[in-house]
Ligand binder design. Structure first.
Ligand code: ADP
Length: 844
């Protein structure tokens, strides 16, 4: 059975109580409570309430039959709501048990063949039983008559409900004034409730609940709740609509207000701040002294800014850009002081020693003096941390009377860090070079590019390529920063680069640099630097005068040896600062005594000794040779240990050795085998012994060829049982024929040997001239023996008498010498492990 209300042409439901009764149709009267049978017309999406007039559209057979049945009797039928609107053929269980007895007031045949009936709700009807279910339903049940309710409570409820309805009528288009007036005229509470629900049209379940509420007071109370909810929704609706309208209006209103403000300003003879800002920008552009092409470009941006509303997001971007461009020193430059004597005095005032470095810097200043437009080479100061590279750069700036800015390049992987981000990126900035120029405020500062060897290339581009352009005198007169978009002249800038290890600087960049090695310091030099520079500076920082604190030389030496064992003096300055701070605290707490820092008292300030310097072995050992390594932390001592054990000729290499170092070990072994007889090695050692070569501090990768000589010495010692002299350290690359080739970092290596108390260093003969610039005191304390071949090395390195316990050896048949599984790769050699080899050794 399918009965629906026609969806499109649904007229507004009317209410007979509020409408004139049609003539000739008297209201049906029936004894309330009497059980009757009525044909049933189920409807979906509708609940027909008493006194409601509803047109229904019938297009299914059972509905038509039910209507026909009703028409054949008294024209009454029962209309019930379906529980689920989706059902097309509802059974007795699918409809509510309470419906409305209705009378058919009109039947119409529609042009499409369907039938429409108009029904009027009469009274609530409760189904007790179904008399028939097919072909259409017939229900048995009783109708209820409405009780009249009077009294104060009824009046109060009626009044408050009508008030709510009045509010609704005022706020909503759903209720008209007319409907409110009609409601005023409904005499009974129950009928009033039904009328309001008819107009309110809450969801089906709520309408059904109202239908099922037989008690008029309770029904009206429920309806007044619905009205209250409707009012809340109306209020919210009004607010949202208001906000949307307000938003749309704001732009328009803002425009009007701005126009008015402008008019008022004009009236008062005042200038518009937006215009004033643009005028100021125009003046700044004219005063900046930019090249013509650049100025034209910037003027274009200014014109764009003028044409834009001041609140447009892009205007902020253009303003930021113009501010950056105008903050650049387009024609501000400092005047160079090229007085060589004054420059030398400035360098000496901040740094002791470093004569070679200072000479090179003074030569450079002389060049600028004689040929101001000439292309000066780019200086690169190479040395371990804390040897004074940065402060030398600062002194050069001071000596020349130029501004100084340091740019740290350590860890820079993105080309945009050098060259800037394009303006299209959100939060774009100029690159570090242009930022540094802006910071300097002059177009010819000294820019110190710190740690160039720590830059790395990745998918974001190669920063070293951008740096090449910065440093190249052919290109840097028109350096193009992506953010700036206009060229900036960097040709007047003096670039100084620093690096810990020269080899780690990308090749093309290295070729353009003039390397100046800044070697590490000896203990005496450190003592001198501490006394003359570091201690006075830290005393100044802590506000301590000489009457408050004094360091003995022994105390400083103890700090150098036991707390800050390093090539430079940064750690030393840190420890001195720690002592000075503690003394300052005591003084601030009221102590009047002068703190005398002696060697014995150093641990009370700095705690137990932190560093045990690597020392030469305490006795001559078999299979242990001392090599000299060069790391990013300066020179280091490193032991090479070799043990020969019975086996089949395997060469095992451990200690994270890199490819170059592993090949060095192979070359050393092959050399030993080829010279077996001459070296008095056991004839078949390569068949019956395995050799294990180990470089301690196995957690640190090592690479480079300069340990070749040391490995060969340790191997030959292990095989012959002749101990290696503990007071000899060596470095050098080995060839298959036993020749010793030169290596890098010699000065730092010799200094490391000096620090460790080694007195004899075997150095490739061709490295000897590297020591020319070495302090005479060190040259005097160390015997440097030039070596050209392994024979020279062994003659000086092996002790004359054999060790007490030679290593065990055993004969066997196999004849292979092969290396063990490759271990990861690094170096006593040129390449730098980041960590300190010697420090790790001490912690073993
Ligand atoms: P680097 O740049 O080589 O790592 P710094 O220039 O930062 O080293 O130097 C560290 C500290 O050591 C600075 O305070 C510096 O003044 C001081 N220093 C280094 N070498 C000397 C020296 N020869 N004379 C005086 N002070 C020095």
């Amino acid at each position: 059975m399918e009965t629906t209300r026609r969806p499109v042409r649904r007229p507004r439901q009317s209410h007979p109580l509020t409408q004139p009764q049609r003539p000739g149709r008297a209201p049906v009267t029936c004894a309330p409570g009497a059980t009757r049978k009525l044909p049933v017309l189920p409807v979906r999406n509708a609940v027909v309430l008493p006194n409601m007039v509803v047109p229904l559209y019938l297009d299914r057979e059972p509905a038509l039959l039910a209507v026909e049945d009703a028409a054949a009797h008294d024209g009454h039928l029962l209309i019930v709501a379906q529980r689920s609107p989706d059902l097309t053929d509802p059974t007795a269980d699918d409809v509510y048990a309470i419906g409305t007895e209705c009378e058919i007031t009109r039947t119409l045949q529609l042009p499409d063949g369907a039938t429409s009936v108009t029904v009027r709700g009469l009274r609530r009807f409760k189904v007790s039983q179904w008399a028939q279910v097919a072909p259409y339903g017939v229900a048995r049940g009783a109708a209820t008559e409405e009780q009249a309710v009077t009294g104060n409570q009824a009046d109060a409820l009626r009044r408050s409900t009508l008030q709510l309805l009045e509010h609704c009528a005022r706020q909503s288009e759903r209720f008209t004034e007319d409907q409110y007036i009609q409601a005023l005229n409904i005499p009974t509470l129950g009928a009033l409730a039904d009328y309001i629900v008819t107009q309110l049209e809450p969801p089906i379940q709520e309408r059904q609940a109202i239908l099922e509420q037989f008690e008029p007071l309770a029904r009206l109370r429920a309806v007044s709740q619905l009205l209250r909810r409707e009012l809340d929704v109306l209020e919210l609706e009004r607010k949202i609509t208001g906000e949307v309208e307000q938003e749309a209006d704001r732009g328009h209103r803002e425009f009007l207000i701005r126009t008015q403000i402008q008019a008022l300003r004009k009236e008062l003879g005042e200038r518009d701040p937006g215009m004033a800002e643009l005028d100021e920008l125009r003046e700044r552009i004219e005063a900046a002294g930019m090249p013509t092409a650049v100025e034209e470009r910037i003027q274009r941006d200014l014109r764009r800014l003028e044409a834009m509303p001041s609140m447009a997001p892009e205007s902020t971007v253009i303003r930021g850009y113009l501010d950056t461009v105008l903050a650049l020193p387009w024609r501000t430059a400092s005047k160079d002081q090229l007085d060589l004597r004054a420059a030398a005095a400035t360098l000496d005032a901040h740094h002791s020693g470093l004569h070679t470095v200072k000479d090179r810097i003074l030569e450079f200043i002389a060049m600028r003096k004689l040929s101001p437009q000439g292309r000066a080479p780019v200086l690169c100061l190479v040395g371990a941390p804390g040897v004074g590279k940065t402060s030398l750069g600062r002194s050069v700036a001071e000596a020349l009377g130029r501004q100084f800015v340091r740019i740290s390049l350590g860890g820079v992987r993105d080309e945009a860090e050098i060259r800037g981000h394009r303006r299209t990126y959100v939060g774009a900035l100029p690159g570090r070079i242009i930022q540094a120029i802006k910071q300097a405020g002059t177009s010819n500062p000294v820019l110190l590019l710190d740690e160039v060897d720590k830059m790395a290339a990745d998918f974001r581009g190669d920063p070293s390529a951008a740096l090449l352009e910065v440093l190249d005198p052919e290109q840097n007169a028109a350096f193009a920063d992506h953010f700036l978009e206009v060229p900036f002249d960097l040709s007047k800038v003096l670039f100084i680069l620093t690096a810990n290890v020269a080899n780690a600087i990308p090749g093309p960049l290295r070729d353009r640099l003039e390397m100046i090695e800044v070697p590490g310091y000896t203990e005496d030099e450190k003592l001198h630097i501490a006394k003359r520079f570091l201690i006075p500076r830290q005393m100044r920082e802590c506000g301590l005068s000489e009457t408050r604190i004094a360091f003995t030389d022994d105390a400083i030496r103890r700090v150098i040896r036991d707390y800050a064992f390093e090539a430079g003096v940064r750690g030393l300055e840190r420890e001195i600062a720690a002592i000075a701070r503690q003394v300052a605290r005591k003084v601030a707490e009221g102590s009047r005594a002068k703190a005398s820092i002696t060697a014995q008292r150093v641990p009370t300030y700095l705690g137990p000794q932190r560093y045990f310097p690597p020392e030469a072995e305490d006795r001559d050992e078999v299979g242990v040779a001392t090599g000299l390594a060069c790391t990013s932390a300066g020179g280091e001592l490193i032991s090479v240990e070799v043990t020969s054990v019975p086996g089949r000729g395997v060469l095992q290499l451990t200690g994270q050795l890199g490819e170059v170092m592993r090949e060095s070990a192979q070359a050393a072994l092959t050399f030993a085998r080829s010279r077996g007889v001459h070296l008095e090695l056991p004839a078949d050692f390569h068949e019956v012994s395995d050799l294990h070569v180990h470089l301690p501090a196995g957690g640190i990768p090592k690479d480079g060829p300069s340990a070749g000589v040391t490995m060969a010495t340790a191997m030959i010692s292990a095989l012959t049982g002749k101990p290696v002299r503990r007071d000899v350290a060596m470095t050098g690359e080995i060839t298959l024929r036993g020749r010793v080739l030169p290596v890098g970092g010699v000065k730092d290596k010799v200094l490391a040997a000096h620090r460790a108390g080694i007195h004899t260093v075997l150095l490739p003969a061709r490295n000897l001239r590297d020591l020319d610039a070495m302090a005479p005191a060190i040259r005097a304390s160390i015997e440097v023996i030039p070596v050209e071949s392994m024979d020279d090395v062994l003659r000086h390195a092996l002790a004359t008498q054999s060790a007490a316990k030679p290593q065990p050896r055993r004969r066997a048949a196999a004849s292979r010498v092969r290396s063990a599984e490759p271990q990861a790769a690094c170096s006593p050699g040129e390449l730098p492990p980041a960590a300190r080899v010697a420090r790790s050794r001490q912690s073993d």
